[in-house]
Design a protein around this ligand. Structure first.
Ligand SMILES: [Zn+2]
Ligand SMILES: [Zn+2]
Length: 298
C-alpha cells in the first residue's frame, strides 16, 4: 500500500532560498523513495507526494523541519503509485491565477461539519474547478463557470449570474484554488463568501455518500477517488490526452483491452488504441507483432 499526501500553505519564502529548499527536498525524497511534485514560490508551497507508509511519515517530518512550519495534510491510501517521479518546480505562483496571494489569515474557511450545516440553508454553491473535473462528480445543486483552466476564473466570475448579495459557498479539490478565488470574489463585490477547508478530499473523510455526488477527479495517476477516498474503479488515465477516461475498448492495433476517454474516441480513429505507441503504428498502417502472434496461434 502507498500513502498519498497533498498539502499546501501560503507563507512567505525568500526568493534566494528557493533553490536551497529544492535541493533539500530532492535529497530526502530520493533516500526515502518518495515520488511526487512540489511547487515552490515566494507565496508558499503546494505539494502532492506518495510512498511507502513509513517513508511518508518520515518525509512529512522532514518537510516541517525544512520549512519550519506546521502543515495540514490530506491523506489517502492506494495500491497504485500516484506519481512515478519526484520533482520540485520553482514558479511564480503555487497555483496559477496571474495574481499572487495577499491574505495572511483565515478567510471564510468552513470545516466539513460547518459546510454540511450551511448546505442545508439555501446558499448558492460554486464549484471553482474545471469542466473535466466537474464531469466526474460534484456537490448537488452546485453551479460552475465552464472553465478549461483556473486562470479564466477572474473573467468568468465577473460575467457570472451569481447573486453578489447572497451567501456563496465555494469549493475545489483540496482547497488551494478557493484561497485565491475568495480574494477575487471579495474584490469584485461578493458580500459573503465561504470556502470549504481542505476541499472535497477533506469533506469526504467526514461525509462520504452525502451531498457530494460520484467521484472526485485528482491530478495524478490515480485519476479519481470514490466516496471513501479509494481509487475509483470507474476511470483510468486516457493514454492519448492524460485525462479521465471510462470507455472500455479493444486496442485496434494490439488487441489489448484498454480504457480511453470519450473525447479522444470521437477525435481520431487511431486514438482507439491502448497507447501513444499503438496509435502511431496504427496510423502508419503497421501490423502489430503481438496481434500476429495471436492469430498465428489460433
Ligand atoms: Zn483522451
Ligand atoms: Zn495497443
Amino acid at each position: 500500500m502507498f500513502l498519498n499526501i497533498s498539502f499546501y500553505k501560503f507563507f512567505h519564502l525568500q526568493k534566494s532560498q528557493l533553490k536551497k529548499y529544492k535541493e533539500k527536498l530532492l535529497t530526502s525524497a530520493k533516500s526515502l523513495e518518495i515520488k511526487g511534485l512540489f511547487i515552490l514560490s515566494t507565496e508558499g508551497l503546494n505539494a502532492s507526494f506518495c510512498g511507502p507508509v513509513e517513508s511518508v511519515k518520515s518525509f512529512k517530518e522532514i518537510c516541517q523541519k525544512i520549512f519550519n512550519q506546521e502543515f495540514f495534510y490530506k491523506d489517502s491510501l492506494s495500491k497504485i503509485k500516484a506519481f512515478k517521479r519526484f520533482s520540485v518546480k520553482i514558479k511564480k505562483e503555487i497555483i496559477s491565477l496571474g495574481q499572487t496571494y495577499k491574505t495572511q489569515q483565515k478567510n471564510g474557511h468552513l470545516s466539513p461539519q460547518e459546510w454540511e450545516l450551511k448546505l442545508q440553508k439555501k446558499a448558492q454553491i460554486l464549484d471553482v474547478r474545471n469542466n473535466y473535473e466537474i464531469r466526474l462528480g460534484h456537490f448537488e445543486t452546485a453551479s460552475h463557470l465552464n472553465m478549461e483552466n483556473f486562470q479564466e476564473f477572474p473573467q468568468k466570475i465577473e460575467k457570472s449570474f451569481l447573486n453578489k448579495e447572497k451567501e456563496t459557498l465555494i469549493y475545489c479539490t483540496g482547497g488551494i484554488r478557493c484561497e485565491k478565488a475568495i480574494e477575487v470574489m471579495k474584490n469584485k463585490g461578493f458580500k459573503k463568501v465561504y470556502q470549504l477547508e481542505g476541499g472535497i478530499l477533506n469533506y469526504l473523510k467526514y461525509f462520504p455518500h452525502s451531498h457530494f455526488k460520484k467521484d472526485c477527479f485528482i491530478f495524478d495517476h490515480r485519476v479519481a477517488l470514490d466516496q471513501n477516498l479509494k481509487v475509483s474503479r470507474n476511470y483510468s488515465l486516457c493514454p492519448h490526452c492524460g485525462q479521465a477516461g471510462d470507455l472500455k475498448i479493444k486496442c485496434q492495433h494490439c488487441s489489448a483491452p484498454c480504457v480511453i476517454c470519450s473525447f479522444c474516441e470521437k477525435k481520431f480513429s487511431h486514438y482507439k488504441t491502448c497507447s501513444k505507441n499503438c496509435a502511431y503504428h496504427f496510423k502508419k498502417g503497421h501490423l502489430s507483432k503481438k496481434k500476429n502472434k495471436i492469430s498465428a496461434l489460433t
